[in-house]
Design a protein. Structure first.
Lengths: 342, 615
């Protein structure tokens, strides 16, 4: 084996199809980091399948030189689940969007998350329907004006991370399309996790929803509005890392490390195995544009849990049933109860 | 002992009375004895409708005979009624002069009231049953007496009453109780007291026949063994047969079977049966909904499994968009659609043949798929098997139609030898090496069929999906001429299935004549008997039954033109008729019935007689 082992590069994961996304679309960056992550992981192009639904982000499989299925709107997850159940040895990724996964595919989303097949789900959230030209999505902000909400959105927005934890997610992470290398590392962690890995990406749509995430990506504001969590480290943010999060009972509070009242030792230490804390963290969902008093938006890995995967459990049942050998066609046809006419 | 060539029996009682179990026991005994048979359960759609009411009546109908039996029978020769409601709701289908065996303990004031006869109006006593042969047996009382020393509670003793009546029936039809005794022993192997009590009850019922003088002047009957083909048999329902057919096709093809499905009446037993076939490598995925059911199968099919989904009308409607995806992806997929009364929730437990149009045309865009239909419970095995063969060998979704009548009916199945089953040959694309010409996922052979390129195979990496694909390369294409070409090719591919299916045959009757009765699906038995009788009456009538509804067999036009008239009986408002008229420009005679009931042979025979009179 070793003498023929060649390590592939991101270029080897690039298909011969030119991406048809708009200039400046966040999808380009995600595609690049995904291909790099696949190369870093030492994957072979023939063992990878990228499955998607419908939407701008769901075009992604065409641009990756692996196997790929571009399915129907909202339904990438059942396709991927069936594929993974039938072929557990394949490395299966899902590219989906906020409309695709959370609106038309919402039912598939929660049920896939609870079943926990070993899929890597990249959810590109741009808080808008891009492919159909600018209608509001289930993650659009209250009051957002779009072509179908000329007077402002009145639907309360979906919190992807909280929903995923609620549905029983075993790997829950969030990044932005500007995160580059950090995004790639999260992809790799997600791929290495056995179970469904949900990676929500805040992805800017420069055409229909430009600057939807600028509060979290602007160089000027980013340090005060975002909280990059790292396992085992205290929750610290701010331009000079002068702010932190302390838990007061179940209530998270922003504290100032420079005013002498608290030290780093008093802060919330991130533990990605702590389900209760992950749930609290997932509710850091304030809009920094709406009020001065907000909790920073967390990025990174919220939660990781080791739990059996659907396909492993199913395969184990099949193997158990075949303990004494696989059933023959003769036995299948004969069944349990027969009689003979002579 | 009076010999009989065939007998139709209905076991009817409260849905808690164990009528399905009783009927099944009788059927198993008859089968082992060697008679031919066909059974059909008739139960309420509610799990536990109010006891004693008409809506709570559960029935198990069966016909057995010393000649070939094609249906569970149109009218009963024997009606077993465990209570007043069971009698009231079924008496109209009992032959004039037929036998009624009732449990008189089910005709107390409360039962009479709940059944709608009304308190004080006991049909057993008011002479209204004088046209029938009535046997009134206090079954509950006799069972309690027979089991008095078992030490069981009255509740448990009363549960054995169905075995008592089964014993009477065994005596009446000169059948041994041994098969049932063996079954009870193995069914209750961990509950010896319950097994013993049930065996005692069936024995007491049998002995009651000998001891009482009730039947003395009437005597016993005997239905001899039928001239069955030699071999080993099992009894299957249509749903069981379909499940075995899918699994058998996967073994024959060397593929793993994957079933993505969602429970729906009357198709659920297919999912249940396959969930129990893990020993044969079968994987079942009970999805969150019908849509996920079919899409998980499409994913599994892309991965190289023999993939299927089982459903009924409302589910097929939900799967429409996904079936279009399977059509454009050109992956194998079997859809077993067990038809039921529609539209909407309709009549969930009742059969109908009204999903032919949705199977043919129920997708947006030009999205042709092969459609085939099973004609008997056993044929559900062969139809499911053949659906899998066509799907795999032609890289297409195939819809296999059965219905609630076939799904729940049972009959003896001659167990085929594995060698006798047709080969199922998938064509997989071979791995490619560097320097080889690029792989073309939509390159086709002379049948317009592409190869199956399975993930994990080196050099075949390709991306496909719902967007129109460029000819051969499979890349996304919006080119007008290409869409025309690909649409034409997908249609041709399905049409070319006609090159590999058998020609249509005449089931019964002359190859030219006055009238052809053209059927499809579960109408087979009724048409078969009706045509047989019409021919015996001297009419020039033939019967052809279609398995292949899309594409039609190549010689169908020629067959249709060999008769002065064509009659098409269907349990819908004329769906096959419209397809035949459109394709062959003839005007067949319609005979449509949508009562949630199958045709009976008398109806079809009468229709045949009416038509031939006019010719």
């Amino acid at each position: 084996m070793t003498d023929t082992l060649t390590t592939l590069t991101a270029k080897d994961f690039t298909s011969n199809q030119e991406p048809k996304w708009c200039a400046g679309c966040g999808d380009h960056a995600v595609l690049q980091q995904l291909k790099s992550a696949m190369a870093d992981l030492g994957l072979k192009t023939e063992e990878v399948v990228v499955v998607s639904g419908i939407g701008c982000s769901s075009r992604l499989p065409y641009y990756v030189a692996t196997y790929g299925v571009h399915g129907i709107h909202g339904r990438a997850l059942p396709v991927a689940s069936g594929l993974k159940a039938a072929r557990p040895e394949l490395n299966v990724w899902v590219a989906t969007g906020d409309g695709d996964a959370l609106s038309i595919g919402g039912n598939h989303y929660i049920h896939t998350i609870r079943r926990n097949p070993d899929l890597n789900v990249i959810l590109l959230n741009n808080e808008i329907y891009g492919l159909t030209k600018g209608q509001y999505s289930p993650t659009s902000k209250i009051g957002q004006k779009t072509v179908t909400s000329p007077n402002g959105v009145v639907d309360y927005p979906m919190n992807t991370v909280a929903l995923t934890l609620g549905a029983g997610g075993t790997f829950v992470a969030r990044v932005t399309d500007r995160d580059g290398k950090f995004m790639r590392e999260i992809f790799k962690r997600g791929a290495e996790h056995r179970g469904t890995s949900l990676i929500e990406i805040y992805q800017n749509c420069p055409i229909f929803n430009d600057n939807a995430f600028s509060a979290f990506t602007d160089r000027e504001r980013k340090a005060d509005t975002t909280l990059y969590v790292e396992n085992g480290q205290p929750l610290v943010f701010g331009k000079e890392s002068e702010k932190g999060i302390r838990l007061d009972g179940f209530t998270p509070k922003v504290v100032n490390l420079n005013d002498g009242s608290v030290s780093k030792e008093d802060l919330w230490i991130h533990d990605e195995k702590d389900f209760n804390k992950a749930n609290i963290l997932s509710r850091f969902f304030d809009d920094p544009n709406a009020s001065e008093d907000f909790l920073p938006r967390p990025f990174g890995i919220f939660y990781v849990e080791d739990r059996f995967t659907y396909e492993d459990a199913l395969t184990a049942q099949v193997e158990k049933a075949q303990e004494n050998g696989e059933g023959t066609l003769e036995a299948l046809l004969a069944g349990n109860s027969t009689w003979t006419i002579k | 002992m009076t010999p009989k060539t065939s007998v139709t029996v209905l076991f009817a009682g409260d849905s808690g009375d164990g009528m399905q179990l009783t009927g099944t026991q009788f059927a198993n005994t008859v089968a082992v004895y060697g008679s031919d048979l066909n059974t059909f359960p008739n139960f309420p759609s509610e799990i536990r409708a109010p006891a004693g009411t008409i809506s709570g009546v559960s029935g198990f109908q069966m016909q057995f005979g010393s000649t070939a039996v094609y249906t569970p029978g149109a009218k009963f020769d024997v009606l077993i009624a465990m209570n007043a409601a069971a009698l009231k709701s079924n008496i109209d289908k009992l032959h004039h002069g037929g036998i009624i065996i009732v449990d008189t303990d089910g005709f107390d004031a409360k039962n009479l009231k709940l059944s709608g006869y009304g308190e004080g109006n006991n049909p057993l006593e008011d002479g209204s049953l004088n046209d029938y042969t009535l046997f009134s047996v206090p079954v509950v009382s006799l069972t309690r007496k027979a089991l008095a020393d078992t030490g069981l509670s009255v509740k448990n003793i009363d549960r054995c009453k169905n075995m008592f009546i089964l014993g009477i029936l065994y005596w009446l039809y000169s059948l041994p109780i041994e098969t049932t005794v063996q079954t009870l022993k193995s069914k209750f192997k961990n509950k010896a007291d319950i097994a013993d009590a049930n065996i005692k009850a069936v024995t007491a019922g049998y002995n009651f026949g000998d001891e009482t003088d009730m039947f003395a002047q009437f005597g016993r009957f005997e239905v001899g063994p039928a001239e069955m083909k030699k071999g080993t048999y099992r009894r299957v329902t249509g749903n069981e047969a379909a499940a075995i057919g899918l699994a058998a096709a996967s073994k024959k093809a060397g593929l793993k079977l994957f079933l993505g499905s969602y429970p729906i009446t009357p198709a659920t037993e297919i999912l249940q049966a396959l969930a129990n076939m893990k020993k044969w490598g079968v994987k079942t995925f009970q999805a969150e909904d019908e849509i996920a059911g079919v899409l998980s199968s499409i994913g599994a099919s892309y991965g190289g499994a023999l993939a299927a989904t089982s459903t009924s009308g409302p589910g097929l409607a939900l799967k429409s968009e996904a079936l279009g995806l399977a059509v454009i992806m050109e992956v194998p997929l079997v859809v077993i659609n067990v038809q039921r009364g529609g539209p909407s929730t309709g009549l969930p437990t009742k059969p109908e043949q009204s999903d032919l149009f949705i199977s043919m045309f129920g997708r947006h865009g030009d999205a042709p798929v092969p459609v085939i239909a099973a004609y008997s419970p056993v044929d559900c095995f062969y139809a499911a098997y053949e659906a899998a063969k066509i799907a795999v060998e032609h890289m297409t979704p195939v819809i296999c139609l059965t219905d609630g009548y076939l799904a729940f009916s049972s009959e003896p199945m001659l167990i085929p030898s594995p060698d006798s089953l047709l080969d199922v040959k998938p064509v997989f694309a071979k791995p490619r090496n560097e320097g080889d010409a690029p792989y073309l996922p939509y390159k086709r052979d002379e049948r317009a069929v592409r190869e199956w390129a399975v993930p994990g195979t080196k050099g075949l990496e390709h991306r496909i999906g719902g967007l129109e694909k460029s000819h051969e390369t499979g890349n996304v294409s919006h080119d007008p001429a290409n869409h025309q070409l690909m649409t034409d090719l997908r249609l041709q591919k399905v049409e070319k299935v006609a090159d590999s299916i058998p020609l249509q045959t005449i089931d019964n009757g002359p190859e030219k004549g006055d009238l052809l009765v053209l059927g499809w699906g579960s109408t087979y038995g009724a048409i078969k008997i009706a045509v047989d009788r019409a021919r015996k009456a001297g009419h020039s009538v033939a019967h052809a039954h279609l398995r292949y509804l899309n594409p039609f067999p190549k010689n169908l036009g020629e067959i249709l033109s060999s008769y002065k008239k064509v009659l098409i009986p269907e349990n819908n408002c004329g769906q096959l008729l419209m397809m035949i008229r459109d394709r062959f420009l003839i005007e067949p005679v319609a005979f449509n019935k949508v009562e949630g009931l199958p045709f009976n042979e008398m109806e079809i025979e009468a229709k045949i007689t009416d038509i031939v009179k006019e010719l």
